[in-house]
Write a protein that binds this ligand. Structure first.
Ligand code: SF4
Length: 426
């Protein structure tokens, strides 16, 4: 039994109207990605080359994790380093030498650029090359930018993964190989690997890997599939390396997970009947678990502010599986090629917006009296103060929400602010 058949063309929203805005926007910078990336790659260290502001952002955004022997830190490049770039490079070398002596288990060191002008003047590519050569026997040194000028928060992961691409080893075997791209919680990765394994997809790797020193090998028989929608540069890099992309929706919700697994299976010439058989039990468990949340959320109006680039897949999930009404679906960027399968599942009259003009968007949001708003931290407090229930989009990025077992957890995360508000009002 197929729980969610592939939709017929009549439902398609192939060319949606998109409201494009280029005004002031409220989004975290790409440094934020370090919060989930450092949890994923246990032998990597993220050294932010930045200012005290960057250090404070990481401490407040990462919350309690800062006490748990974190695998990220900040090399503060301050005013005094403006005296000469040579001094800044010396300072960076000193911090890295001390760090590597203290933490010999680090296998990959990411130098993460930021936006203070002192840092922009530093050539981090050269610094990474110099430090990599100096410590070649111990650690690989890579660099990318998490600057708020160049990146919004999930783009930090995109930049990090892209920085690793030139170091992926080559594979030459004839076996069909699948690379799943995008950081997933270990529990989700294990579930996906098990399901795909039962279908007969044995040669499968996840990128980023749990151990940065063990990068997955790719070759002419590798196809890749995105597990996260915000990895456009990484996807482009993989395509440029000759890898074919498996096009799919993203594995959010029962339908999304099923379509994602079906797409992978199809690329490996696996019998659709076997896919149905393998997924039937977890699908039915997930549908039953979702029904409880659907009772709470059905008919409620939801407004997405542009933040994580997860908004479109989330909108598809809440509309089709929870019966919520989409008031507006904002996304920081709309990569039509990466989103085409998702857009095809949205209602034809969906209001999509790309970019932001925050004041205008707030006006539109309040005018529609949403039951729930998904937004960044900066907008949540003002909206809550006006009586609107909010969900922080960042929470949806670093919670395990993909896959069958997590579908009802995702719905529960969305229901929680409504429950809280009901209790407050009662
Ligand atoms: Fe702020 Fe830029 Fe540092 Fe991000 S990188 S915390 S936007 S100064």
């Amino acid at each position: 039994m197929k729980a969610f058949p592939v939709p017929v063309q009549a439902e398609a929203c192939a060319e949606p109207q998109v409201l494009r805005e280029r005004g002031q926007h409220e989004v975290f910078c790409g440094l934020t990605g370090i919060i989930w990336l450092h949890r994923k790659m246990q032998d990597a260290f993220f050294l932010i080359v930045g200012s005290r502001t960057c250090a404070h952002l990481m401490q407040s955004a990462a919350g309690v994790m800062i006490f748990a022997e974190p695998r990220f830190g900040t090399a503060i490049i301050g005013e005094r380093d403006l005296a000469g770039l040579a001094d800044a490079h010396e300072e960076l070398d000193r911090v890295v030498t001390e760090l590597l002596a203290r933490r010999p288990q680090i296998k990959t060191l990411f130098l993460v650029g930021s936006c203070p002008s002192e840092v922009i003047k530093l050539d981090l590519a050269r610094a990474a090359q110099r430090l990599g050569q100096k410590n070649a026997s111990q650690v690989r040194v890579l660099h990318y930018s998490g600057s708020g000028i160049e990146t919004t928060f999930t783009q930090g992961e995109d930049a990090c993964l892209k920085a690793m691409l030139p170091h992926l080893p080559q594979r030459t075997d004839a076996q069909r190989h699948v690379l799943v791209v995008g950081a997933l919680a270990d529990v989700v990765e294990d579930q996906m690997r098990a399901l795909l394994g039962q279908m007969g997809v044995q040669s499968i790797d996840f990128f980023p890997p749990r151990h940065s020193a063990q990068l997955p090998a790719v070759g002419p028989n590798t196809r890749f599939v995105l597990a996260q929608p915000f990895l456009s540069d990484t996807a482009q890099g993989l395509r440029a390396m000759g890898l074919k992309q498996i096009e799919s929706v993203y594995p959010l919700g029962v339908e999304g997970t099923t379509l994602w697994l079906q797409a992978i299976a199809k690329s490996c010439d696996i019998d659709p009947g076997l896919v149905d058989q393998v997924t039937q039990a977890p699908r039915q468990r997930a549908i039953a678990a979702l029904a409880r949340q659907r009772a709470k959320l059905e008919g409620k109006g939801i407004f997405f502010f542009p933040d994580s680039q997860l908004e479109i897949p989330l909108a598809r999930f809440v509309q089709r599986e929870l019966g919520m009404r989409l008031l507006e679906v904002g996304t920081p960027y709309l990569h039509k090629n990466l989103m085409a399968p998702e857009l095809a599942l949205l209602p034809a009259d969906v209001v999509l917006s790309e970019g932001q003009d925050v004041d205008r968007q707030l006006d539109r949001c309040l005018a529609q009296q949403p039951d729930l708003v998904v937004c960044g931290l900066g907008l949540a407090n003002p909206l809550e103060a006006q009586g609107v229930a909010t969900k922080w989009s960042i929470e949806l990025v670093f919670s395990p929400i993909q896959g069958y077992e997590q579908a009802s957890d995702l719905a529960a995360l969305l229901a929680r602010p409504l429950n809280r508000r009901e209790r407050l009002v009662a």
